[in-house]
Write a protein that binds this ligand. Sequence first.
Ligand code: IPM
Ligand code: MG
Length: 354
Amino acid sequence: MKIAIIAGDGIGSEIIEQGKKVLRTVAHKYNFDFEHKDVLLGGSAIDEKGVPLPEETVEICKESDAVLLGAVGGPKWDKLPGNLRPEAGLLGIRKALGVFANLRPAILFPELAGSSNLKSEVLGNGLDIMIVRELIGGAYFGDKNRIDIEGGKKAWDTIAYTSFEIDRIARKSFEIARKRNKKITLVDKANVLESSKLWREVVEKISTEYEDVEINYMYVDNAAMQLIRDPRQFDVILTENMFGDILSDEASMLTGSLGMLPSASVRGDSFGLYEPVHGSAPDIAGQDKANPIGTIMSAAMMLKYSFNMTAAAENIKNAVSQVLKEGYRTLDIASEGTKVVGTEEMGDIICKGV
Ligand code: IPM
Ligand code: MG
């Protein structure tokens, strides 16, 4: 197993260290070998190589079976032009690897119900939503520019999707829904946007091939509200890039903390790019305060999706669950009566539970 590792910026190196530690522990237990290469992306790549996405990074990631990524970005690079910012590196590597489907599960560990902003009666006995976000199209990749006009400026971004791009992610979502509760909600803005109308048309057509899966359509403004009002109505949420970016941050808060959530970006073969949903949190970087669970769970997703090692992945998830049951918490999920630990200690305790 060849894994490329991108620590990135801010808390990136601290959380990636814990991810690696957990991988080493399960590798020992399940008797497998993995070879890893550390590569640069984002701000750290700008500092060392002058660009957010060095060619070498793309090559090594492409030669690997999977990529584990921490987070990129920070105030130090905020003033750079858009194409030289750390975020451009992140968008660029996703695009270069062709990972079009970003799976963002929002799962509530029962132990963290108290950290959710929602009342317990809304959460019921848990939450398990899978957001499938299109990752390499739409506004973040469409034609964009800025020009001077008389007396001011004009800037634009374009949301463009082909039927092929919608088709492949829709099929992926139906396959995923089949293994879950067989319900998809397509989130769009088809009452206004032409691109959304195409999404609906394509998804509707494909849905006839998956009659065992229930399909629903919802406007994104309503979906943002429904996620808070009654999140348990959702099973799989399928949506375009920008809506998925926004709704996945919202969904993460339902589960207690953005720090908990992993993601997998896949494309149809076994390759995948795995990263926590949260960002680089420069305000707490280097202080041993970050929650490593999003990264550790991303490593678990990697074992499951890229290497078909379901037992090892379950083992990690159970270890996290156990540690939470025992009352260990990083600051972001701490509450009265729990034991607050740092990033590194959280990693160590989870390893012990594996
Ligand atoms: C995310 C992040 C990125 C995105 C940013 C940092 C470019 O918000 O992974 O959700 O929008 O995809
Ligand atoms: Mg985001």
